[in-house]
Ligand binder design. Structure first.
Ligand code: HEM
Length: 402
């Protein structure tokens, strides 16, 4: 029976790897019912991410088309469309290069290392809050609050309600998914306006008094570009929440689940916290927080023996590539000291994750500190519920006892 790629199926959400493996073996460039090609082999995934014959998937254009199609039913998506058309994630060069350039340096190695003491102290604060409790939710109570606090602090918006910023980021991360309802887009439109309101307040304050934060860097960088408006800068700030929040929650959440399912690896890491650098790389490979991304062919291309036509959409299987046995020995085994580990969890090419260093630093702070504080931590992996998101894969809850 031909293999089907259906990311909406409950079983796929729980364990997509058998489907990926079957596609890699029998149909590596698969024509899906989603009106897209699905590529799952490492070599093809890397090629599509790097080769300029493939461009971004213009998601905002598709939202606009759908909205026009049902015009008269539902409200106005102007804020969502205006902002998302400026998310450089959805843009090709030269605009991509220009907008990404405005924030290129804010996640440099030295900027990340300046965050390390803040990361350590905030993780400890979260762990203090968990100490003494009979049980807790590793997602809600630990993995969840960390990235939103870090991004908010780096941007300089930490005085806003972090729970609200977090839930907004989560809801907006669904913009990457296929088959989102118009009602959800309408909710996203309100959220984009909420984000813009926060950022504009901070823009006004930083214009008077710059501080050591990303918004001040953006405002000063924008001075050389007369055509850049506040809404462009607000879109960049919003994009950082969308891309940096839920992904990092899932690095920690999926990572802890992988360790629980591999008790030898867990014990080894607890005994040797120095292993955390390669361990985080392996956790990113093994249960990749970003499972998929999408591209569109700009010209006709032959891919894995199939003829992809200009304009065709391609689902790029990052999570699949990271389990490709052609590249990773014992691909389905978690080997914390795997070397080399050329995983694609942060993508590749010009859209390579801007926050990779920051994400790695958060994983390296959060996981060993949790293991050290609760050496007998027990994770309940019965009845796991995966979130409905397709692109960013993670758990709804992960209950644990100290
Ligand atoms: C474990 C956590 C993370 C993972 C797995 C991850 C993964 C990715 C991937 C796969 C892409 C490329 C998508 C594509 O090519 O279509 C990407 C892009 C991006 N990421 Fe991350 N990310 C993480 C954390 C972060 C953080 C913490 C930030 C910043 C706060 C961030 C900011 C970005 C941005 C701005 C882009 C778009 C880059 C561009 O289009 O040029 N990410 N990320």
């Amino acid at each position: 029976m031909p293999v089907r790629f259906n990311p909406f199926e409950e079983g796929f959400r729980r364990d997509p790897y058998p489907v990926y493996r079957a596609l890699q073996a029998d149909d590596p460039v698969h024509r899906s019912f989603l009106d897209a090609w699905v590529v799952t082999r490492y070599a093809d995934v890397k090629l599509v991410l790097k080769d300029r014959r493939f461009g971004v998937d213009p998601i905002p254009e598709r939202i606009a088309e759908r909205h026009r199609f049902v015009k008269g039913r539902g409200g106005d998506l102007a804020a969502l469309l205006t902002a998302s058309e400026r998310f450089f994630f959805f843009l090709d060069p030269p605009t991509h290069t220009r907008l990404r350039g405005l924030v290129r340096t804010v996640f440099s190695a030295s900027a990340v290392s300046r965050m390390l003491p803040i990361l350590a102290s905030y993780t400890d604060r979260l762990l203090d809050d968990l100490t003494g409790r009979d049980d807790f939710d590793l997602i809600e109570d630990y993995a969840g609050p960390l990235p939103v606090f870090i991004i908010a602090s780096m941007l300089g918006v930490q005085d806003f309600d972090l729970r609200t910023l977090k839930s907004w980021s989560f809801e907006l991360s669904r913009i990457l998914d296929p088959l989102v309802s118009l009602e959800e887009y309408q909710a996203m439109d309100d959220i984009v306006q909420g984000f813009e309101g926060c950022f504009r307040e901070v823009f006004a304050a930083r214009r008077k008094q710059p501080a050591d934060d990303i918004i001040s860097v953006l405002l000063s960088g924008a001075r050389g570009h007369d055509d850049l408006q506040e809404r462009d800068l607000a879109a960049i700030c919003t994009l950082l929440f969308i891309t940096g929040e839920e992904t990092t929650v899932n690095l920690i959440g999926n990572g802890m689940l992988s360790l629980q399912r591999n008790p030898d690896a867990w014990a080894r890491l607890r005994e040797d916290p120095g292993l955390i650098g390669p361990a985080v790389e392996e956790l990113l490979r093994y249960e990749s927080p970003v499972q998929l991304t999408t591209r569109v062919a700009r010209e006709d291309v032959e891919l894995g023996g199939k003829q992809v036509r200009a304009g065709d959409k391609i689902v790029v299987g990052i999570g699949a590539a990271n389990r490709d046995p052609e590249v990773f020995d014992q691909a389905d085994a978690l080997r914390l000291d795997r070397q080399p580990n050329p995983h694609l969890a942060f993508g590749d090419g010009i859209h390579f994750c801007l926050g990779a260093g920051l994400a790695r630093a958060q994983g390296c702070a959060a996981i060993p500190r949790l293991l050290a504080r609760f050496p007998r931590l027990q994770i309940d992996s019965d009845a796991l519920q995966w979130r409905r998101n397709i692109v960013v894969r993670g758990l709804q809850h992960l209950r644990a006892r100290p």
